[in-house]
Design a binder for this molecule. Sequence first.
Ligand SMILES: *[C@@H]1O[C@H](CO)[C@@H](O)[C@H](O)[C@H]1NC(C)=O
Ligand SMILES: *[C@@H]1O[C@H](CO)[C@@H](O)[C@H](O)[C@H]1NC(C)=O
Ligand SMILES: *[C@@H]1O[C@H](CO)[C@@H](O)[C@H](O)[C@H]1NC(C)=O
Ligand SMILES: *[C@@H]1O[C@H](CO)[C@@H](O)[C@H](O)[C@H]1NC(C)=O
Ligand SMILES: *[C@@H]1O[C@H](CO)[C@@H](O)[C@H](O)[C@H]1NC(C)=O
Length: 388
Amino acid sequence: MFTNIIFSVLKGFSSRMTSKLEAVHFIPWRALIVTGCFVTYFIILGFTMLVPVLTPQHYFVAHKPIFGSSRQTIKNITKTDYWDKCELPVYDFYDEEILSYVEPNENPIPYCNPDYKPITTLINGSWGLKYQRMKLECRSRCHWHKSERVNRIGNWSYKPGPVNCEVLEAVCAKNGTDVYGYLHTQVIPTPPKEPKLENKQLKQYDVTVILLDSLAYSQARRSLPRTITYMSNHMDAVIFPYINKVGDNSRPNGAALWFGKLLEKLDRSLFDEGNVAPDWTQEYMCNVFKDNETSLFHEFQKYGYKTLLAEDWAEGTLNWPNCRGFKKPPIDHYMRPFQNAMERKYHGVEVTKNHLNGDMCREYHHTLLDYLGQFLDAYPDQKKFSWV
Ligand SMILES: *[C@@H]1O[C@H](CO)[C@@H](O)[C@H](O)[C@H]1NC(C)=O
Ligand SMILES: *[C@@H]1O[C@H](CO)[C@@H](O)[C@H](O)[C@H]1NC(C)=O
Ligand SMILES: *[C@@H]1O[C@H](CO)[C@@H](O)[C@H](O)[C@H]1NC(C)=O
Ligand SMILES: *[C@@H]1O[C@H](CO)[C@@H](O)[C@H](O)[C@H]1NC(C)=O
Ligand SMILES: *[C@@H]1O[C@H](CO)[C@@H](O)[C@H](O)[C@H]1NC(C)=O
């Protein structure tokens, strides 16, 4: 019943991206993504479709009307025809108009040093030093979740040993000056929970969503050709090239994906039809905690799934701009303390906050994928739902 892999790319989150780029300007590759400005989701679902990958043009056969039959359309031309037929454009991903913006050789971390590896470790729940005879004084401390914007921060420990947090800040100093900072993560498994719904008869797959915010379908075709080929070729991915967004930026699209709620009115004036009103007002979306709303996370938890949410920004989908988000996140493993440590005042120390600045070849998405990997490893025998 559940699809095993969803790979989803959201496009058009310009307002979020602008403020995000200001806040996190060490992720230059996102700038490239922003330039390809179209409005498309693109979701690849596992299963169902066997596609000849070597001839990608054959994925995109003529599309039938989504509903209504074409025969009716021919017989009777009325204004409801808008709803009966849907002429989809055939995109040329390398159209001349776009070519001058395409920079396939862009390297977001041109100066990074692949030999510059972390010198602190977090293995099997214990932190330590990679090289014992370093002339550095190293220390570490925990970052726990306190609220969406504030971490509970542990005391510095100078002695390697076990830690009971998922986000660990490690800093080393040379002659009193901090010269190294790193944020380690781990997933500490929690005991299995009894499903609230009968699931014995169901075939339940792990579900992993990797969402690229924001990326047009056409830009994905240009910049992720190997990923798309791999997923189509080896994982029977299904491509939905024409799925559109439902709002201007991440928030309304996130609300639709997680809660099934419409935040922006659906303007149907083009079709001489009335507007569809939003489900949630701005006021409700922003100022009321979302813990008790039915969400994808709840739904999976009801079936006994372990859940993970990792976003690459301390102001997540539900928090920007100045919104409340979750009080007590209804998610088993929530990465927010990491992003708070990276971005917020009085959280990580300066050298930690700079550890993704490009010297180390570690980019923001690596940190999320690390955490995802740790989650998958932490529950080899349990069902898992993760959203990255
Ligand atoms: C088209 O539909 C209208 C109203 O539904 C009907 O009155 C009319 O006879 C139809 N015309 C044809 C050619 O079927
Ligand atoms: C971590 O713990 C496991 C099981 O206790 C052990 O097999 C493994 O060798 C340990 N790894 C390291 C790097 O100590
Ligand atoms: C940190 O140290 C202070 C003072 O020594 C102590 O009161 C506090 O409980 C410690 N906090 C933690 C999380 O261990
Ligand atoms: C270490 O710092 C002290 C004072 O800040 C300074 O006098 C000394 O020269 C430094 N030592 C080295 C090896 O840099
Ligand atoms: C969610 O519901 C529980 C139980 O009704 C309540 O105790 C809690 O305060 C609610 N949380 C929020 C954030 O509204």
